[in-house]
Write a protein of this length. Structure first.
Length: 223
């Protein structure tokens, strides 16, 4: 991927570097180029306090980012419809994108990631509305944060370079196997222990049933 160290690089005497200002503009250009990023004319704000849980006018988002900076660990703009891929393969550009940011094509097909759709359905049910994204005006709360963590998990690969399994999809599939075949928690844990031993180092497979259950609980899937 193009270097995004500009997002978190310290600036002398609190002044923003030119590469940071250009990068923020690239982020705004990318976000506003995708119509589905808009909800009632406003977009998610990844400023470190709002963490994508508040919708604001793009000019206000720009101001927050220029003066206060991005939330932590947002190198991949997943809440703004950037497809999560590994750093090594994040090279595909959107036609017409600026050179200072790596812009990955939007996932245009609703069914291209069923696990992301599953999270979105759960969000709609939780918020009690039918919009794709809840229009959250209040300060971020614990429940909303859990859902956005799940959105990240639905796109984050099981290990860097993995293209067919995400952190969330793997947990969901193993939970289904447990349910279908009546596995005990001990049996589940044994399978996970074995799987982790053969997966690449640094894989993101949850280490046991208890840890995996904590991911699935917000979706109403306690198994």
């Amino acid at each position: 991927m193009d270097d995004r160290s500009w997002m978190y690089r310290d600036s002398p005497q609190g002044l923003r570097r030119m590469d940071y200002c250009n990068g923020v503009q690239s982020f705004i250009n990318f976000t506003t180029s995708i119509p589905r990023n808009f909800t009632d004319g406003v977009i998610r704000c990844p400023y470190r306090k709002y963490k994508n849980l508040k919708f604001l006018h793009q000019d206000v988002v720009t101001m927050h980012l220029l003066t206060k900076g991005f939330m932590q660990d947002y190198l991949c703009w997943y809440a703004h419809r950037e497809l999560f891929v590994s750093n090594e393969s994040m090279v595909e550009r959107v036609v017409g994108s600026t050179p200072s940011a790596s812009n990955i094509h939007e996932v245009g097909n609703e069914n291209s990631n069923p696990y992301r759709n599953m999270v979105m359905d759960a969000m709609r049910m939780s918020e009690g509305n039918t919009s794709e994204f809840p229009n959250i005006e209040e300060e971020p709360n614990a429940d909303a944060t859990k859902f956005f963590d799940l959105l990240k998990d639905s796109d984050e690969p099981l290990w860097d370079g993995c293209t067919n399994h995400s952190k969330l999809s793997t947990v969901a599939q193993v939970f289904t196997i447990k349910s279908d075949h009546g596995l005990s928690e001990a049996g589940y844990n044994k399978i996970i222990e074995w799987a982790r031993s053969i997966l690449p180092e640094g894989n993101r497979l949850k280490e046991n049933f208890y840890a995996a259950k904590s991911i699935m609980k917000p979706l109403g899937l306690g198994y």
